[in-house]
Every structure is written in C-alpha cells, then in structure tokens.
Design a protein around this ligand. Structure first.
Ligand code: MLT
Length: 265
C-alpha cells in the first residue's frame, strides 16, 4: 500500500509516472480520488504525487488540532521522502489551494510553479469562520453526512446535478465516507487560516489561476481579481464548470495544467 513514513507522520499518497514532480492537493471534504481524471494525462510526463491530507481518506489523523500551515508541513515532509531536493509543481484546489499557499509561505524555494484552482486568498470573515465552527459541532454529533448535505447542492454546476448522476454519486459518496473527526479538524484549520493576499502579491514563482465559470463557492470574479494581483500569473476560466473543475471538465483542466507545466519546465 502506498503509505510513506515522514517526519510529520504516516501519509497515504498515490505516486505515478516519471519526470518533474507534481503534487495535487485535494479540496474539502474530499481525498486524492478527486484527481482521478488527471492521473493518466498528467503522469505521462511527470511524477504525480497525490496525497490524502491527515484525517482524510487513508491518512491517519495524528493530532486533534491542525492549522493550514500544519497540512503544508505534512505535504513538504512527504515531498522530502518522495522527491527530495527537487522543486515541485504544486497544484491545489480550494482547501488544497490554502495549503499550497502555506507551502509558499514556508518554502517558496521548493516550488517550481503553483496552480491555484477555485480557491481564495482571503482569510475567513468572522461570519464565515462562525459558520464553520457551527458545522464542526454538527459534524461531531451527526457525522460526515452534514458536510455532504451542506456542499452537494452548490459544489458542481447545475447540469451535473441534473444530468450526470454517476459523477454526482461519486462526489457525494466520497464526502460521506470521510471521518467526521478529520473534517472537523480541517474546518477549524480553515476558519483560522491566514490571509495570503500580500504573500501572493509578492510571489516570485510562476502562478496559474483556474476558475470555474459557474463556481458558487469561489466565484470566477474573485479568482480573476486574485490573478490580476499576482505578478505575471496566467488566468484560465473553465466554461460551464462549478467548483470541482478537475472532475466536471477534466479535458479543459488537464490542457490548462499541461500548458502551465510546459511554460515552466
Ligand atoms: C473546498 O472545496 O476545499 C472548500 O470549499 C474550501 C472551503 O470550505 O473554504
């Protein structure tokens, strides 16, 4: 089984392909499996490293309290084992984007390039943080179904919910199968994450920003503003996609990522 012993604990990750390393960081409340449509195309020319964060999927939760920067430390520790001393293309969706920003804060010299998909640079407002903490209380009593019920109506474009039942069921089942404790720890971490606006404005690594045109969670306008403020960044909008573009519109997302890797070999 693909478990790796790191200085930050035991981490499950799928590793596939050969070439410059690429790490794919999943969103909430998902796992490495949200990248299933990227595995074959992106591993043709790269070593893909696709972990589950602590408390998600198959990676154990070692502590009951983690910050977003702690998840970044775990990711860097995994890279130290799998791709030591090598600069890495870091790709993060939503919560994975917050963790990618944590890696930028901690070890920018490890990052060959950054791709931020459907994410936010701002910290939570007090109201948003409060909403997360209310979800934590419910999660710990009622289980992971609470997160699935809150997110499924808005996580993908409306046509997916109506016309693509297999994809809808895949995402819902993935959410429901997560351990509520891991989700609660992640919600608390997201509620207290730092603002990364200045960090990104000062960023000297090449950045790709990808937005879903129909994303209700991280709307494309905010993504465009983020891209505008990152020196030299590329901005791509994925047409007819909600928040989970890598699953909803994999061909367009794969094209955007492959072009980004080619521009930044
Ligand atoms: C995600 O997709 O990772 C979440 O929407 C992130 C968040 O709750 O801020």
């Amino acid at each position: 089984m693909p478990y790796f012993e790191t200085t930050a604990g035991r981490v499950f990750a799928v590793v596939q392909g050969e070439g410059p390393p690429v790490v794919l960081l999943h969103g909430f409340p998902l796992t490495h499996r949200m990248w299933r449509e990227q595995m074959v195309p992106l591993s043709a020319n790269h070593q893909l490293i696709v972990p589950d964060f602590p408390g998600f999927g198959q990676t154990p939760l070692v502590k009951d309290s983690l910050s977003i920067d702690d998840y970044a430390i775990v990711t860097s520790a995994l890279l130290d084992v799998i791709a030591p001393q090598q600069p890495v293309h870091v790709v993060g969706l939503s919560m994975g984007g917050y963790i990618a920003m944590g890696m930028l804060r901690q070890a920018a010299d490890r990052i060959r390039s950054l791709a931020l998909l459907n994410t936010k640079r701002e910290a939570d407002t007090p109201e948003a943080a409060q909403k997360r903490l209310a979800m934590v209380d419910k999660l710990l009593v009622e289980g992971s179904r609470v997160a699935a019920e809150a997110m499924m109506p808005m996580v993908m474009a409306p046509d997916v919910n109506e016309d693509r039942p297999a994809l809808f069921d895949f995402v819902r089942d993935l959410m429901i199968s997560q351990a509520a404790r891991g989700l609660a720890v992640a919600q608390r971490a997201m509620a207290s994450r730092p603002d990364s606006t200045d960090l990104l404005a000062r960023c000297s690594v090449p950045v790709l920003v990808v937005a879903g045109s129909e994303d209700k969670i991280t709307p494309p306008q905010g993504m465009a503003e983020m891209a505008r403020d990152i020196p030299g960044s590329h901005f791509v909008t994925i047409a007819d996609s909600g928040h989970l573009s890598p699953l909803e519109k994999p061909v367009a997302v794969n094209e955007a990522l492959i072009s980004h890797f080619q521009r930044n070999p």
